[in-house]
Design a protein around this ligand. Sequence first.
Ligand SMILES: C[S@@+](CC[C@H](N)C(=O)[O-])C[C@H]1O[C@@H](n2cnc3c(N)ncnc32)[C@H](O)[C@@H]1O
Length: 284
Amino acid sequence: MDRDAELDVIRRAYAKQILAACGVSNRRIEAAFASVKREDFLGRGPWQVVRWGRGYVPTPSRNPVYLYDDLVVAIIPERQINNGQPSLHAALIDSAGPQTGEHVVHVGAGVGYYTAILHRLVGHRGSVTAIEFDAELAARLAANFAGVRNISVVQGDGARVPFDSADIIYVSAGATKPAETWLDRLAEGGRLILPLTANKFPAGDVRQGAVFRIERHGADFLARRISGVAIFPCEGMRDAESEAALAAAFEKGRVHEVTRLYRRDDVPDEDCWLRGTGWSLAFR
Ligand SMILES: C[S@@+](CC[C@H](N)C(=O)[O-])C[C@H]1O[C@@H](n2cnc3c(N)ncnc32)[C@H](O)[C@@H]1O
């Protein structure tokens, strides 16, 4: 068997393993993970991978087989900017539920591995807007999707650059609150995947918290926690006041009981899990 055929088999096994690891059974997502080549996005190996308890450890060689494990892989190790854990993203993408023909906005696309998976899921009739703040990464992102008709790459702050109404807004960096544009630009029935992280247990820049799924129905926003997370901060979307509100909310527990996001802060105390300025996460 030649190297490419061998990697095809390995990629198919990897897709099965990571979906099993996060308890997701979804043939379309499995097929997307089985077909997108992680090595095409992460540059030439050997790669630095995160081994729990040991930090970054180089892969033994530049054989792409080492990328097909449920591992976080460094993009810029000095800044702890990483290609996230496959099983986490498989679970988040499953929760976002990308359908053929939809428009996905990916905020914090990095060099585009998960953007490519989202693109595979919305297909040729769909479209993806990939936004990356860091200029060097945005240039790599643009090069990785050069000539792909239905992926637009934008360098900038994903909370501020304008974009068309989105069926999915998939945020891959930790904020302390939702951006107004993310809520405004969510289409009817649209889903926002939003990591909210507090300052507790910081490891370098990385912060821990939870990922929420927010679904829009008219002026109503259904909300629920879908995962824990440790992730790089979202530039421009962190402030001390919302940070404190978030830390206090995590401290009191009951995050699994959250069902709604409100764009107001006068929700009664007994219904409120988190009260920010002008927004709340609530139990009902
Ligand atoms: C944890 S990395 C994830 C990269 C990518 N999603 C992956 O897993 O390969 C977070 C990325 O978000 C970018 N980022 C942070 N704040 C941003 C913002 N306001 N708008 C767009 N990108 C942002 C960072 O530069 C970084 O590349």
